[in-house]
Design a protein around this ligand. Structure first.
Ligand SMILES: *Cc1c(COP(=O)(O)O)cnc(C)c1O
Length: 369
């Protein structure tokens, strides 16, 4: 049997854009006795997690911990925050899905779609919102399918020019790797999952709701039970969760929040930015020095610090690159959805470093020349 990257000897071989490679220290932090979810022990743990999570999201608000994947909180966002008509900003597969989730939850959805790989400008949002009748906007901060980074703070400013429109932000490959200032940017709901830039095992999701989002939630009629944010916030007031949480994952989270504090959040953002820059330089080098016509899908200045999508020249396919890399012992991401054949993706997020990324790029250089 082949060893998984984690059982193997070397960290730095697993570069999917989620789930991401988990540091052994974080992984082994789970190996502790389970505690009950009512009582002093959980309150102590939850209290510690709140401190770290608030720093991570740059917020004074409580941070909800959901035992679900990130999609659970995307659904929570639209169920609690949407009233009837949603403007869905679409520039890739995950933002498309956000709109589909809103539709599936019974909301009327209008899309502002740009070409995949591009970003959505605040002025485009401003203009569309002026046509009226929207009560919520969905956006994906770092579009994992294309590697584009939407200007969420500017979009939020545009949304806030209207009285009663809330902004729902999927920052699943943002939080922990890209700058997110929940309070300063005035985000109404921002969510992430454990297995992306936070480099935790899959299974937890985290979200912050503004006061006006909570008022929406209190009046929402279709929010169901599991993702009722009012219940979450009420239980959080008592440092507990509505239902049985994945406590073992919370041990890993406590360890990772500690490690993030030691590194410093800004240093962590800078490390991710350096990895994205390195990818961009490598693509230029391949094109200019080796004559391989690669390009980064997202334009310069709009690239995510956590994931790079590289467009391939005719005659080379995404799946063939992924499998040639597998033979060299590296896992990278294929193109996503309609970009599957024409691109591949490198996830450079979580605990990876530029030095580890260089080894991946060296191998990719061999594969592509
Ligand atoms: C991975 C991802 C999701 C889905 O997360 P799950 O944890 O699989 O539910 C949603 N949005 C973005 C941008 C993602 O990268």
């Amino acid at each position: 049997m082949k060893l998984s990257p984690i059982e193997g000897t070397s960290f730095g071989r697993f570069f999917l854009p989620g789930p991401t490679e988990i540091h052994p220290e974080v992984l082994s932090a789970q190996n502790k006795a389970v505690i009950g979810h009512r009582g002093p022990a959980i309150k102590e743990l939850m209290g510690e997690l709140q401190t770290g999570l608030r720093d991570l999201f740059r917020t004074e608000r409580p941070v909800l911990i959901s035992t679900s994947s990130a999609t659970g909180l995307m659904e929570a966002a639209v169920r609690n925050g949407g009233r009837s008509r949603v403007l869905s900003l679409v520039n890739g597969a995950f933002s498309q899905r956000f709109g589909q989730i809103a539709e599936a939850c019974g909301l009327e959805v209008e899309r502002l779609e740009v070409e995949w790989g591009q970003i959505i400008a605040a002025d485009q949002v401003r203009e569309r919102l002026a046509s009226g009748g929207f009560d919520a906007v969905t956006v994906v901060h770092s579009e994992t399918s294309t590697g584009a980074l939407n200007p969420v703070s500017e979009i939020s400013e545009a949304v806030r020019e209207l009285d009663d429109v809330v902004l729902l932000v999927d920052s699943v490959t943002g939080v922990g790797g890209a700058e997110v200032q929940t309070d300063e940017w005035g985000l109404d709901f921002v969510l992430t999952g454990s297995q992306k830039a936070l480099a935790l095992p899959p299974g937890l999701a985290f979200g912050v709701a503004s006061e006006r989002l909570m008022a929406r939630s209190a009046a929402a009629t279709r929010k169901g039970v599991y993702f009722d944010l009012v219940t979450f916030q009420k239980q959080l007031g008592n440092l507990q969760t509505p239902t049985t949480p994945a406590v073992s994952l919370m041990y890993a989270l406590a360890k990772q929040l500690d490690r993030i504090r030691l590194e410093g959040l800004e240093a962590r953002w800078a490390r991710h930015q350096a990895m994205a820059d390195r990818c961009g330089q490598w693509v230029d080098m391949m094109r200019e020095q080796r004559g391989v016509t690669l390009s980064v899908l997202a334009p310069e200045g709009s690239r995510s610090p956590t994931v790079t999508c590289v467009a391939l020249p005719e005659g080379t396919t995404g799946p063939s690159v992924v499998s040639a890399m597998k033979e060299r012992g590296f896992t990278i991401g294929g193109g996503y959805g309609k970009l599957k054949e024409a691109s591949f993706r490198v996830g450079h997020m979580g605990d990876h470093t530029v030095a580890e990324l260089d080894a991946v790029l060296d191998a990719l250089g061999e594969v592509l020349t």
